[in-house]
Design a binder for this molecule. Sequence first.
Ligand code: SME
Length: 168
Amino acid sequence: MAEELRINGGSKEEKYRELMPQVKAVVEGETDRIANMANVASMLHETFGFWWTGFYRVSPPTPEGELVLGPFQGPLACTRIKKGKGVCGTAWERGETVIVPDVDAFPGHIACSSLSRSEIVVPVWENGMVVAVLDIDSKELGTFDEVDKKYLEEIVSYFISKPSLHHR
Ligand code: SME
C-alpha cells in the first residue's frame, strides 16, 4: 500500500482524482473491512479537512439491525442510529445517497455535533443489502454535491468487490 497520502490538487475534482487510486490500492491490499474503513475515513478526512468522517455499520447485519458507530475521524459521535432516523438512517432505509446542504432544514437530523452544518451519507452495499453507511459532516453549509456523490459511491464500491471479505 501507499506509504503516505499524496494530494496536490487544488479543486475538489482534482483532489478526488488523485485520491481514488490511493484509496483503491489501500482497500485492495487488505481484506479486513474494519481496517479499510479506518484508512478510508482517515484519507478522506485528511484530504478534504471535513469536520467528521466515518462509518456506521448495520449490526447485526440484518434488516432488524441498527447502525452502530464504526471507524471514524473527528469528534465524539452518537453510537447507535435506528433505521429511518437521521440522515444516516434515512440513507440506509432509502438505499441511496442523501445529500443535506443544510442540516437544520432536514427533519429528524441527529445533531451529534452542533457545529455540523451540511452532510452526505452514502450506503455501502453487499449482496443486495446495505451493510454500512459512510457519513461525512462539514462545518460549512452546502459542502457536498454530485461530485462528492460520484466519487464516494465509487469508494464504497471498493469494499464489496472482494469475495474474501471477512468481518461481516
Ligand atoms: N447527523 C447524523 C448522525 C451521525 S453524526 O453526524 C456523526 C444523522 O443525522 O444521521
